[in-house]
Write a protein that binds this ligand. Structure first.
Ligand SMILES: Cc1cc2nc3c(=O)[nH]c(=O)nc-3n(C[C@H](O)[C@H](O)[C@H](O)COP(=O)(O)OP(=O)(O)OC[C@H]3O[C@@H](n4cnc5c(N)ncnc54)[C@H](O)[C@@H]3O)c2cc1C
Length: 377
């Protein structure tokens, strides 16, 4: 079997889900990201994994409508990372006796799972800043669809694309929701961060990567530990969030992501409405505002179905893109990212960030010096 090279593999788990011999397992590599590992002893050499892996990116629609919105229910809005739109879409699907697939924390790991009740929906709310393990989710989605049930599948753009390739069509009862994606971090780095965090008393039992106590713009990492301790640290000080926001702990494929486009294969794309205070002076609440990209007719129907629960406005695409570069542009500095992963083998995350930044500064000074020298030649 010959799958994509490591730099291109997104770890979407499609190869593992299509394998009839179940010989491909998604396992963590030395950096902690999920990659396919093949048990050659039971591989039947059918070629399905290669065929699906090398499918080209599915053609997205041409016309996309962009809206800004937030959930009218303040508690639910605060539980969510942005404006709490995912929660309303999920409620709509659950009200049709449907199933909602999303990501929950299982110990220190982020895993894809499904919920069938409103009580369980809380588990899926909020962004978990690390790569999720999709497991057998694509197969489970297919089974629910075959039973005639509505399914909402939410995930990264590469996971949604993988699901649609797995199904080979866009079934009527499937709603797909992806998001503007900064990139995904390594679960191993998260474990290291918990291990090194001397301020934590015991293992966390509840983790919130986007706590809004200090506001949506200035979010924090918040945790409750098994010993009942409440921990919270602002994004500017928390080393895990810093390594994520500075692109150091991201997967290699995120630096060359083919899914960073406005038009997507999903029905709806969600994101943060960063910069909204510069566009509309009356949207300054700092409790979370969402962007919603309505990708097609089905997306429009679901968007219309949640109108009673939201405050919304149509927004100019050009203006919102200026504040949300992750929609279109991949991070570029793979060198600093590689250096970070090399450093953390021996150093703490905090020290590794410092050293990578110091190295970066030296590089900049060297480049400037080189330019000055060339000018004077
Ligand atoms: C890794 C990651 C990077 C992101 N980067 C950006 C960005 O650069 N710019 C931007 O505008 N928005 C980004 N987002 C999206 C944003 O944080 C919100 O998730 C999105 O706007 C939906 O918000 P909400 O308030 O409607 O719902 P929420 O309740 O916040 O959304 C929860 C949904 O996100 C899904 N989810 C959570 N964690 C993961 C994960 N690890 N893998 C797959 N799915 C997950 C859950 O399944 C659930 O469906 C990112 C999200 C994630 C998970």
């Amino acid at each position: 079997m010959k799958l994509k090279n490591k730099d291109e593999c997104t770890g979407c788990g499609l190869c593992s889900n299509v394998c009839p011999a179940e010989c491909i397992k998604m396992e963590r590599d030395s950096e902690g990201f999920y990659y396919p590992f093949v048990n050659q002893k039971i591989c039947v050499v059918c070629g399905r994994c290669e065929k699906y892996c090398y499918n080209t990116v599915t053609n997205p629609p041409k016309e996309v409508h962009v809206y800004a919105a937030y959930n009218k229910d303040l508690i639910r809005r605060l539980k969510a990372s942005s404006g709490g739109i995912f929660e309303l879409l999920s409620r709509e699907v659950l009200s049709r006796q449907g199933v909602v697939f999303g990501v929950k924390m299982d110990g220190l790991e982020a895993i894809h799972t499904y919920v069938e009740t409103l009580e369980d929906l809380d588990l899926l709310l909020g962004s978990k800043y690390m790569q999720s393990d999709v497991g057998r989710s694509y197969q489970q989605v297919k089974e629910f669809l075959q039973e005639g049930r509505w399914v909402l599948f939410s995930g990264t753009p590469c996971q949604v694309d993988a699901l649609l390739k797995f199904l080979g069509e866009k079934p009527e009862c499937l709603l797909t929701v992806d998001f503007i994606c900064h990139g995904i971090s390594s679960p191993k780095v998260f474990e290291k961060y918990i291990d090194e965090n001397v301020e934590l008393n015991g293992n966390p039992t509840q983790i919130c990567f986007r706590d809004k106590t200090e506001g949506w713009n200035d979010f924090s990492m918040a945790m409750i530990t098994e010993k009942g301790q409440y921990y919270r640290k602002n994004m500017h000080e928390d080393v895990y969030l810093q390594s994520f926001l500075k692109n150091m702990n991201l997967r290699r494929s995120c630096f060359n992501c083919v899914f960073r486009t406005v038009a997507r294969v999903s029905d709806l794309t969600l994101g943060d409405f960063w910069g909204c205070e510069n566009i509309w002076k009356d949207w300054m609440e700092n409790k979370g505002y969402s962007l919603i990209f309505v990708q097609n007719e089905k997306g429009k129907k679901f968007w219309n179905s949640i109108q009673n629960g939201i405050i919304s406005r149509e927004v100019d695409l050009e203006k919102v893109l200026a504040y949300n570069q992750s929609m279109l542009i991949s991070p570029w500095d793979k060198y600093s990212r590689d250096l970070f992963f090399k450093m953390i083998r021996k150093e703490t995350i905090a020290d590794s960030i410092k050293k990578v930044e110091k190295n970066d500064m030296f590089k900049k000074i060297k480049r400037k010096w080189w330019k000055i020298c060339r000018k004077n030649d």
